[in-house]
Design a protein around this ligand. Structure first.
Ligand code: AHM
Ligand code: MG
Length: 323
Protein backbone atom coordinates (compact mmCIF):
# COMPACT_ATOMS: atom_id res chain seq x y z
CA UNK A 1 0.00 0.00 0.00
CA UNK A 2 1.18 3.54 -0.74
CA UNK A 3 2.29 5.75 2.11
CA UNK A 4 1.32 9.42 2.36
CA UNK A 5 4.75 10.66 1.20
CA UNK A 6 4.62 8.42 -1.88
CA UNK A 7 1.16 9.73 -2.79
CA UNK A 8 2.23 13.36 -2.33
CA UNK A 9 5.32 12.80 -4.50
CA UNK A 10 3.22 11.12 -7.20
CA UNK A 11 0.83 14.12 -7.09
CA UNK A 12 3.77 16.44 -7.85
CA UNK A 13 3.69 18.10 -4.41
CA UNK A 14 6.99 19.93 -3.84
CA UNK A 15 9.35 18.80 -1.09
CA UNK A 16 8.72 21.89 1.08
CA UNK A 17 4.95 21.47 1.13
CA UNK A 18 5.40 17.75 1.70
CA UNK A 19 7.48 18.48 4.81
CA UNK A 20 4.84 20.88 6.11
CA UNK A 21 2.11 18.26 5.66
CA UNK A 22 4.29 15.57 7.23
CA UNK A 23 4.85 17.76 10.30
CA UNK A 24 1.10 18.28 10.64
CA UNK A 25 0.80 14.48 10.60
CA UNK A 26 3.53 14.03 13.24
CA UNK A 27 1.39 16.15 15.56
CA UNK A 28 -1.83 14.38 14.54
CA UNK A 29 -0.34 10.94 15.26
CA UNK A 30 0.57 12.16 18.72
CA UNK A 31 -2.97 13.55 19.20
CA UNK A 32 -4.41 10.19 18.05
CA UNK A 33 -2.24 8.38 20.59
CA UNK A 34 -3.22 10.72 23.42
CA UNK A 35 -6.93 10.45 22.58
CA UNK A 36 -6.53 6.68 22.68
CA UNK A 37 -5.03 6.91 26.17
CA UNK A 38 -7.89 9.18 27.36
CA UNK A 39 -8.54 8.88 31.06
CA UNK A 40 -5.40 6.75 31.51
CA UNK A 41 -3.28 9.78 30.66
CA UNK A 42 -5.36 12.07 32.89
CA UNK A 43 -6.02 14.46 30.01
CA UNK A 44 -9.81 14.49 29.76
CA UNK A 45 -11.91 17.36 31.06
CA UNK A 46 -11.81 21.13 30.84
CA UNK A 47 -9.20 23.72 31.73
CA UNK A 48 -10.06 26.93 33.52
CA UNK A 49 -9.27 28.97 30.42
CA UNK A 50 -11.36 30.38 27.62
CA UNK A 51 -10.09 30.76 24.06
CA UNK A 52 -10.41 33.87 21.91
CA UNK A 53 -13.82 32.57 20.76
CA UNK A 54 -15.09 32.75 24.35
CA UNK A 55 -15.29 28.94 24.63
CA UNK A 56 -13.95 26.95 27.57
CA UNK A 57 -10.90 25.02 26.46
CA UNK A 58 -10.65 21.28 27.06
CA UNK A 59 -7.30 19.96 28.21
CA UNK A 60 -6.96 18.16 24.90
CA UNK A 61 -7.74 21.38 22.95
CA UNK A 62 -4.69 22.93 24.58
CA UNK A 63 -2.44 19.87 24.19
CA UNK A 64 -3.39 19.42 20.51
CA UNK A 65 -2.89 23.11 19.82
CA UNK A 66 0.58 23.07 21.41
CA UNK A 67 1.64 19.97 19.47
CA UNK A 68 0.68 21.50 16.14
CA UNK A 69 1.96 24.97 16.91
CA UNK A 70 5.34 23.84 18.26
CA UNK A 71 6.21 21.55 15.39
CA UNK A 72 5.00 23.97 12.70
CA UNK A 73 6.71 27.14 13.93
CA UNK A 74 9.97 25.16 13.96
CA UNK A 75 9.48 24.01 10.36
CA UNK A 76 11.79 26.03 8.04
CA UNK A 77 9.08 26.29 5.37
CA UNK A 78 6.39 27.73 7.64
CA UNK A 79 6.09 31.54 7.77
CA UNK A 80 3.39 31.47 10.41
CA UNK A 81 0.49 29.64 11.95
CA UNK A 82 -3.05 30.61 12.92
CA UNK A 83 -5.15 28.52 15.27
CA UNK A 84 -8.71 28.54 16.52
CA UNK A 85 -7.21 28.32 20.01
CA UNK A 86 -4.77 31.24 19.68
CA UNK A 87 -5.62 34.95 19.94
CA UNK A 88 -3.06 36.00 17.34
CA UNK A 89 -1.15 34.41 14.49
CA UNK A 90 2.36 33.25 15.38
CA UNK A 91 5.53 33.80 13.37
CA UNK A 92 7.60 30.87 12.13
CA UNK A 93 10.57 31.28 9.80
CA UNK A 94 10.59 34.72 8.12
CA UNK A 95 11.71 33.05 4.86
CA UNK A 96 9.08 30.33 5.03
CA UNK A 97 6.76 30.06 2.07
CA UNK A 98 3.72 28.56 3.76
CA UNK A 99 1.06 29.57 6.25
CA UNK A 100 -0.86 26.93 8.14
CA UNK A 101 -4.18 27.45 9.89
CA UNK A 102 -5.82 24.77 11.98
CA UNK A 103 -8.59 23.76 14.34
CA UNK A 104 -6.51 21.48 16.55
CA UNK A 105 -9.43 19.50 17.95
CA UNK A 106 -12.76 20.07 16.29
CA UNK A 107 -15.91 18.83 17.98
CA UNK A 108 -14.18 18.88 21.32
CA UNK A 109 -17.47 18.68 23.24
CA UNK A 110 -17.28 15.01 22.19
CA UNK A 111 -13.95 14.27 23.90
CA UNK A 112 -15.27 13.49 27.34
CA UNK A 113 -17.93 11.13 25.97
CA UNK A 114 -15.44 9.19 23.82
CA UNK A 115 -16.97 10.16 20.48
CA UNK A 116 -15.36 11.28 17.23
CA UNK A 117 -13.27 14.43 17.07
CA UNK A 118 -10.85 15.67 14.44
CA UNK A 119 -8.09 18.04 13.42
CA UNK A 120 -8.68 20.35 10.46
CA UNK A 121 -5.85 22.12 8.61
CA UNK A 122 -5.37 24.47 5.69
CA UNK A 123 -2.19 25.60 3.91
CA UNK A 124 -1.80 28.91 2.08
CA UNK A 125 1.19 30.51 0.41
CA UNK A 126 2.53 33.67 2.03
CA UNK A 127 1.99 36.34 -0.65
CA UNK A 128 4.30 39.13 0.50
CA UNK A 129 7.18 39.83 2.86
CA UNK A 130 5.12 40.29 5.99
CA UNK A 131 5.97 38.23 9.04
CA UNK A 132 3.69 35.40 10.14
CA UNK A 133 2.67 37.28 13.29
CA UNK A 134 0.97 39.85 11.07
CA UNK A 135 -2.52 38.42 10.51
CA UNK A 136 -2.86 40.33 7.22
CA UNK A 137 -0.63 37.82 5.49
CA UNK A 138 -3.29 35.17 6.22
CA UNK A 139 -6.27 37.13 4.89
CA UNK A 140 -6.67 35.33 1.57
CA UNK A 141 -9.80 33.66 0.30
CA UNK A 142 -10.20 29.88 0.32
CA UNK A 143 -9.48 29.51 -3.40
CA UNK A 144 -5.85 30.31 -2.57
CA UNK A 145 -5.41 27.20 -0.43
CA UNK A 146 -2.70 24.85 -1.70
CA UNK A 147 -3.65 22.01 0.61
CA UNK A 148 -6.42 21.17 3.05
CA UNK A 149 -7.27 18.16 5.12
CA UNK A 150 -8.60 16.66 8.28
CA UNK A 151 -7.74 13.79 10.55
CA UNK A 152 -10.74 11.98 12.02
CA UNK A 153 -9.99 10.22 15.30
CA UNK A 154 -12.56 7.45 15.43
CA UNK A 155 -12.38 3.66 15.68
CA UNK A 156 -9.45 4.12 13.28
CA UNK A 157 -7.61 7.37 12.61
CA UNK A 158 -8.15 8.63 9.08
CA UNK A 159 -6.54 11.39 7.06
CA UNK A 160 -8.55 12.93 4.23
CA UNK A 161 -6.69 15.50 2.21
CA UNK A 162 -6.33 17.36 -1.05
CA UNK A 163 -3.61 19.35 -2.72
CA UNK A 164 -5.98 20.44 -5.47
CA UNK A 165 -5.84 17.18 -7.38
CA UNK A 166 -8.78 15.24 -5.96
CA UNK A 167 -9.28 13.85 -2.48
CA UNK A 168 -7.56 10.82 -0.99
CA UNK A 169 -8.26 8.86 2.17
CA UNK A 170 -5.47 7.40 4.29
CA UNK A 171 -5.73 5.16 7.34
CA UNK A 172 -3.21 5.33 10.17
CA UNK A 173 -1.44 1.99 10.31
CA UNK A 174 -0.41 1.95 13.94
CA UNK A 175 1.96 -0.98 13.31
CA UNK A 176 4.23 1.18 11.17
CA UNK A 177 3.14 4.63 12.42
CA UNK A 178 2.26 5.83 8.91
CA UNK A 179 -0.83 6.97 7.07
CA UNK A 180 -1.38 4.63 4.12
CA UNK A 181 -3.66 5.22 1.14
CA UNK A 182 -6.91 3.29 1.51
CA UNK A 183 -9.24 5.10 -0.94
CA UNK A 184 -8.43 7.28 -3.93
CA UNK A 185 -10.34 10.06 -5.65
CA UNK A 186 -13.31 10.25 -3.29
CA UNK A 187 -16.51 11.48 -4.94
CA UNK A 188 -19.54 12.75 -3.05
CA UNK A 189 -22.82 11.45 -4.51
CA UNK A 190 -24.66 14.38 -6.14
CA UNK A 191 -28.04 13.44 -4.69
CA UNK A 192 -28.93 12.87 -1.07
CA UNK A 193 -31.85 12.62 1.32
CA UNK A 194 -29.87 13.03 4.55
CA UNK A 195 -29.32 16.33 6.32
CA UNK A 196 -27.26 17.33 9.35
CA UNK A 197 -28.15 20.44 11.32
CA UNK A 198 -28.54 21.31 15.00
CA UNK A 199 -32.36 21.46 15.07
CA UNK A 200 -32.40 23.00 18.55
CA UNK A 201 -31.41 26.33 16.96
CA UNK A 202 -34.37 26.35 14.58
CA UNK A 203 -36.14 29.32 16.16
CA UNK A 204 -33.01 31.44 15.68
CA UNK A 205 -32.51 30.72 11.96
CA UNK A 206 -33.32 32.98 9.03
CA UNK A 207 -36.72 32.26 7.39
CA UNK A 208 -35.02 30.76 4.31
CA UNK A 209 -33.28 28.05 6.32
CA UNK A 210 -36.42 27.41 8.39
CA UNK A 211 -38.39 26.94 5.18
CA UNK A 212 -35.90 24.47 3.69
CA UNK A 213 -35.87 22.30 6.82
CA UNK A 214 -39.69 22.52 7.16
CA UNK A 215 -39.92 21.27 3.58
CA UNK A 216 -37.45 18.43 4.29
CA UNK A 217 -39.62 17.36 7.22
CA UNK A 218 -42.71 17.21 4.97
CA UNK A 219 -41.08 14.25 3.20
CA UNK A 220 -42.60 12.71 0.06
CA UNK A 221 -45.68 14.95 0.30
CA UNK A 222 -43.67 18.16 0.53
CA UNK A 223 -42.20 20.29 -2.27
CA UNK A 224 -38.85 18.43 -2.10
CA UNK A 225 -40.66 15.14 -2.77
CA UNK A 226 -38.51 12.80 -0.70
CA UNK A 227 -38.24 11.38 2.78
CA UNK A 228 -35.22 12.76 4.60
CA UNK A 229 -33.10 11.18 7.28
CA UNK A 230 -31.21 13.27 9.85
CA UNK A 231 -27.81 12.94 11.58
CA UNK A 232 -26.02 15.25 14.04
CA UNK A 233 -22.72 14.13 15.56
CA UNK A 234 -21.79 17.66 16.72
CA UNK A 235 -18.37 17.10 15.18
CA UNK A 236 -17.91 18.72 11.80
CA UNK A 237 -15.08 16.39 10.86
CA UNK A 238 -17.28 13.36 11.46
CA UNK A 239 -20.20 14.91 9.52
CA UNK A 240 -18.04 15.86 6.54
CA UNK A 241 -16.50 12.42 6.55
CA UNK A 242 -19.91 10.74 6.47
CA UNK A 243 -20.86 13.00 3.57
CA UNK A 244 -17.69 12.11 1.66
CA UNK A 245 -18.44 8.43 2.06
CA UNK A 246 -22.22 8.30 1.45
CA UNK A 247 -23.43 11.78 0.56
CA UNK A 248 -25.50 14.22 2.60
CA UNK A 249 -25.76 17.89 3.44
CA UNK A 250 -24.28 19.59 6.50
CA UNK A 251 -25.45 23.00 7.68
CA UNK A 252 -24.40 25.37 10.39
CA UNK A 253 -26.34 28.43 9.25
CA UNK A 254 -26.42 31.97 10.56
CA UNK A 255 -28.57 32.29 13.64
CA UNK A 256 -29.50 35.27 15.79
CA UNK A 257 -28.49 33.88 19.18
CA UNK A 258 -25.64 36.40 18.95
CA UNK A 259 -26.43 38.65 15.97
CA UNK A 260 -22.86 39.98 15.90
CA UNK A 261 -21.55 36.57 14.81
CA UNK A 262 -21.90 35.59 11.16
CA UNK A 263 -22.18 31.92 12.13
CA UNK A 264 -20.74 29.46 14.58
CA UNK A 265 -18.02 27.95 12.44
CA UNK A 266 -14.82 29.72 11.52
CA UNK A 267 -13.91 30.54 7.94
CA UNK A 268 -10.18 29.92 8.10
CA UNK A 269 -10.06 26.82 10.32
CA UNK A 270 -13.27 25.05 9.34
CA UNK A 271 -15.17 26.62 6.42
CA UNK A 272 -12.36 26.97 3.90
CA UNK A 273 -10.50 23.68 4.36
CA UNK A 274 -13.73 21.66 4.42
CA UNK A 275 -14.99 23.54 1.35
CA UNK A 276 -11.83 22.74 -0.61
CA UNK A 277 -12.12 19.05 0.29
CA UNK A 278 -15.83 18.93 -0.56
CA UNK A 279 -15.43 20.77 -3.89
CA UNK A 280 -12.44 18.60 -4.82
CA UNK A 281 -14.68 15.57 -4.24
CA UNK A 282 -17.38 16.91 -6.58
CA UNK A 283 -19.59 18.41 -3.86
CA UNK A 284 -20.52 22.04 -3.23
CA UNK A 285 -20.08 24.51 -0.43
CA UNK A 286 -21.88 27.78 0.20
CA UNK A 287 -22.85 30.32 2.82
CA UNK A 288 -26.36 29.98 1.35
CA UNK A 289 -25.70 33.04 -0.80
CA UNK A 290 -22.16 32.65 -2.12
CA UNK A 291 -19.37 30.08 -2.34
CA UNK A 292 -17.53 29.89 0.98
CA UNK A 293 -14.15 29.92 -0.74
CA UNK A 294 -14.97 33.30 -2.34
CA UNK A 295 -15.57 34.99 1.02
CA UNK A 296 -12.85 37.57 1.66
CA UNK A 297 -11.67 37.23 5.27
CA UNK A 298 -11.46 40.44 7.30
CA UNK A 299 -9.93 38.80 10.36
CA UNK A 300 -8.28 35.50 11.18
CA UNK A 301 -11.16 34.40 13.45
CA UNK A 302 -14.03 35.37 11.11
CA UNK A 303 -17.10 33.20 11.24
CA UNK A 304 -19.19 32.03 8.32
CA UNK A 305 -22.52 30.28 7.72
CA UNK A 306 -21.83 26.81 6.26
CA UNK A 307 -23.90 24.69 3.87
CA UNK A 308 -21.92 21.89 2.23
CA UNK A 309 -22.15 18.42 0.76
CA UNK A 310 -23.98 16.76 -2.11
CA UNK A 311 -24.04 19.18 -5.03
CA UNK A 312 -27.70 19.08 -6.00
CA UNK A 313 -28.93 19.42 -2.42
CA UNK A 314 -26.63 22.38 -1.72
CA UNK A 315 -28.01 23.99 -4.90
CA UNK A 316 -31.54 23.62 -3.46
CA UNK A 317 -30.58 25.38 -0.23
CA UNK A 318 -28.92 28.17 -2.21
CA UNK A 319 -32.12 28.50 -4.27
CA UNK A 320 -34.16 28.99 -1.05
CA UNK A 321 -31.77 31.77 -0.05
CA UNK A 322 -31.60 33.57 -3.39
CA UNK A 323 -35.10 33.25 -4.89
P1 AHM B 1 -15.40 23.51 18.08
O1 AHM B 1 -14.42 23.86 16.99
O2 AHM B 1 -15.34 24.49 19.21
O3 AHM B 1 -15.30 22.10 18.52
O4 AHM B 1 -16.87 23.77 17.49
C1 AHM B 1 -17.19 23.36 16.22
C2 AHM B 1 -18.25 22.29 16.28
C3 AHM B 1 -18.40 21.53 15.02
O5 AHM B 1 -17.54 20.45 14.95
C4 AHM B 1 -19.82 21.05 15.09
O6 AHM B 1 -20.37 20.93 13.84
C5 AHM B 1 -20.48 22.16 15.87
O7 AHM B 1 -19.48 22.91 16.51
C6 AHM B 1 -21.37 21.59 16.94
O8 AHM B 1 -22.15 22.60 17.41
P2 AHM B 1 -23.34 22.40 18.46
O9 AHM B 1 -22.68 22.51 19.80
O10 AHM B 1 -24.29 23.51 18.16
O11 AHM B 1 -23.94 21.05 18.23
MG1 MG C 1 -13.99 23.54 15.33
Amino acid sequence: MKRLDQVLAADGVNAELELVIKDVMVACKDIAYKLGQGELAGILGATEDENVQGETQKMLDVISNDLLKDILVANPYVRGVGSEEEDYTIAGNADGKYLVTFDPLDGSSNIDVNLSVGTIFSVLEAQDNKSGDNQEVFLQNGRKQVAAGYVLYGPSSLLVMTTGNGVNLFTLDTNIGEFVLTKEALQIPEETAEFAINMSNQRFWEPEMKQYIDDCLLGEEGPLGKRYNMRWVASMVAEVHRILIRGGIFMYPYDNRDPSKAGKLRLMYEGNPMSMIVEQAGGASSTGRMDIMDVAPQGIHDRVPVVLGSKNEVAKVVAYHTK
